[in-house]
Design a protein. Structure first.
Lengths: 254, 254
């Protein structure tokens, strides 16, 4: 178990609401399970407030020490969402409006009839040199810079972002995934999906509602490709059933 | 808000099971609420594994930085419970069997018919110079040394220990408490107690089953003494009612 072969991770949870007890964190457990599934050793978690100095210091400590760093929280539209500023400061890079992020947000806002304003456009500010992390739920992207992965604090969005970055991570174990666009809302497939999850405990099934699109992205993940394919077929069956019930035309073969 | 007048705290959660995701932490939220109630500013949380180096390093970082440090986890009877060892190492003191801790444990074990063995006696090892923190639930004590308060990881025991140390902490706000021995198990008063908690949102009501004793310690806490007294009377009423129902003689006036 030399330090060369171990893949490690640190998690930084950012938010006054966690430290005051007003919001109970559930992201630590989700990131912990995610890392375990991928053979990544989550070695340390820190929780800090929405404070520039505290975020920069913790971030620098964790990113020097672990293979990967994940952060959750502080990337929303309000004044106390300063995670992007803190990450840019820690890396010593500017924080411009990112053209791609702005386009993603404006496309979603056009669908949902949401007004473009300065506060919302804060969410398009991305440190220079970072790659976007797709947010299939509400469009506002996270980003990766160096070994640091910056994600939303809202649990369902955080989990969708974990699914988005999973294929980019080198874990101790190769994990395969399949994404299925359900074409219906979560309520129409939640029951049968829970039954399938019980039948396939070795295949993790995530469900991510697509705000403003009326559909749900289902992500299946397993180290066992054969079981994954079997589970994916079963999920496609319940999706087809939900479509018939809703009077929707059958999905394409692919 | 100078650093002289602010009362701060750091929390160190210790345990592999949290970092693997097998156990979902609920102590962070409980300590956060506890600190908020007492006017203590919980400033940072760290989660580390059952690793000597990691515990000592995090402990030393937090205890130098904050008014109080709380730790949860790693004080049980098994080989991976090394928190007491790590705290003794961090403070540079020996870790002998503590006579008072041993007596507390042996008294409880006598009641419950539990065998005294070497593994269990690990729980009586307390760093030299530390004060015990009473564990009303299962007897195995926590301890305080310097500004560090070492508590169990089991949530109900952790919360009972928080109640035990509350009167010793200087918060930003004076909080009063009343302890009531219910004389019955939790099941006999849980329902009415929940109704009272809803009626008195400004009085925190904690319920701590006393293992092997068939009774429950109820702890009420509030900054408002008048409301606390009112709530305590109401709790004594439901306790008396539960006693009548169970055919127990009425409790003493006190």
């Amino acid at each position: 178990m030399s330090s060369e072969t171990r893949v490690t991770a640190g998690l930084l949870v950012i938010g006054d609401e966690i430290l005051s007890g007003r919001t109970k964190d559930v992201n630590i457990g989700a990131v912990a399970e995610f890392c375990t599934d991928l053979g990544i050793d989550l070695t340390e978690v820190r929780v800090v407030s929405d404070d520039m100095g505290a975020i920069v210091e913790a971030l620098n400590a964790l990113r020097e020490r672990y293979t990967y760093v994940f952060t959750t929280g502080g990337i929303g539209p309000t004044h106390d969402d300063i995670t992007a500023d803190a990450v840019a400061k820690a890396f010593g890079v500017p924080l411009p409006i990112n053209v791609e992020a702005r386009a993603l947000l404006e496309a979603r806002w056009a669908q949902t009839g949401t007004e473009v304003n300065a506060a919302r456009l804060r969410m398009a500010r991305i440190p220079e040199g970072a790659d976007l992390i797709v947010n299939s739920v509400s469009a506002a992207p996270g980003f990766r810079i160096g070994n640091v992965h910056v994600m939303a604090g809202v649990p369902v969005i955080m989990r969708a972002m974990l699914e988005a970055i999973a294929p980019t991570l080198e874990g101790g174990r190769k994990v395969h995934s399949v994404a299925i666009d359900a074409g219906v809302g979560e309520g129409a497939i939640g029951g049968p999906l829970a039954e399938l999850q019980a039948r396939f405990p070795d295949v993790k099934m995530g469900s991510y509602p697509q705000m403003g699109k009326g559909t749900t992205e289902l992500v299946l993940r397993s180290a066992d490709e054969a079981r994954l394919a079997e589970a994916a077929d079963a999920v496609r069956d319940i999706v087809a059933q939900a479509h018939r019930k809703a009077g929707i035309a059958p999905p394409d073969a692919e």
